[in-house]
Design a protein around this ligand. Structure first.
Ligand SMILES: Nc1ncnc2c1ncn2[C@@H]1O[C@H](COP(=O)(O)OP(=O)(O)OP(=O)(O)O)[C@@H](O)[C@H]1O
Ligand SMILES: [Mg+2]
Length: 138
């Protein structure tokens, strides 16, 4: 169990050490469970800085990818109601082989996400401690 955002990020940093460009990380869990918190931990480890997420970020944001560190693509599919919307968003580009791709709400677009290399499930909300499972799928 992890009982603080900092502890969630520390688990994410442990996972980041195993990630390679082209890896897809599906981050599942209910509203407010801490998925974005986890992805920020990945970003901190991969980029060396804690990115302040863009206030305009809706579906996709790309971090880093310069000076030799791998890029991190952060995709959030929460607002996808109809898979037909996906075609217009060009999200396939987020699965570039030079990037690690982390996706919140992957279950909203299974065809886009395909079979991820890693599956993270965050369970819990509010003030509760979270249970986080990390699974490698190949
Ligand atoms: N392990 C933890 N223990 C306690 N609180 C946490 C933990 N991880 C994250 N939180 C807190 O939970 C809240 C929601 O976090 P976050 O935005 O990362 O969730 P989310 O799953 O991305 O939400 P959404 O479903 O809206 O995308 C934040 O206030 C965050 O600080
Ligand atoms: Mg989120």
């Amino acid at each position: 169990m992890v009982s603080s955002p900092a502890a969630t990020q520390s688990l994410a940093r442990a996972l980041a050490a195993h990630l390679r460009p082209g890896d897809v990380v599906a981050v599942e869990g209910g509203l407010g469970s801490g998925k974005t918190t986890f992805v920020r931990g990945l970003a901190t480890a991969l980029l060396g800085t804690d990115p302040v997420s863009s206030p305009t970020f809706t579906f996709r944001h790309r971090y880093g990818g310069t000076e030799g560190s791998p890029a991190l693509e952060h995709v959030d599919l929460y607002r996808i109601d109809d898979p037909a919307e996906l075609a217009e968003l060009g999200l396939e580009e987020a699965f570039a082989t030079d990037a690690v791709t982390a996706i919140e709400w992957p279950e909203r677009a299974p065809e886009l996400v395909g079979r991820p290399r890693w599956r993270v499930v965050v369970d819990g909300s509010g003030e509760e401690p979270r249970a986080i499972t990390i699974e490698r799928l190949d």
